[in-house]
Design a protein around this ligand. Structure first.
Ligand code: FES
Length: 123
């Protein structure tokens, strides 16, 4: 099922917008003109994941150094701080945990979510 959640212009850069789609709460993020969408439900204890802090992924190549990979957005859950890669949904510390990722497509200036079956939803 494809759900139209609005025009691209409705999505601020680097800020999650939470929409209702097919009976789910989905967080949609615009990041450097790419779009990511995940369920707003942390796999740890079901916290509101998309209300957390978004940043680029941090890397340390050597002791005492740290760099931000701005190509890879990461969300930190507001409840206990678990971090998830928004491209794959995997937790950074343990890939066995993952938030559900929703494929996003842009067509005719609109943001479209590709969801499984369920009821039609609204943004
Ligand atoms: S509920 Fe998200 S880290 Fe615990």
């Amino acid at each position: 099922m494809t759900v139209d959640v609005g025009p691209i212009s409705d999505f601020e850069e680097r800020r999650f917008r939470i929409v209702q789609a097919a009976g789910h709460e989905i967080g949609v993020l615009r990041w450097q003109d790419r779009f990511f969408a995940v369920h707003n439900r942390c796999p740890h204890q079901k916290g509101p994941l998309c209300l957390g802090v978004v940043s680029g992924r941090l890397h340390g190549r050597a002791p005492g150094s740290m760099e931000v990979d701005d190509e890879t957005p990461v969300i930190a859950c507001p409840w206990h701080g678990w971090e998830f890669d928004l491209e794959r949904g995997r937790a950074l510390w343990e890939e066995g945990y993952a938030v559900k990722v929703v494929p996003v497509r842009i067509q005719g200036g609109r943001v479209l979510l590709e969801l499984g079956g369920g009821a039609v939803a609204s943004p």
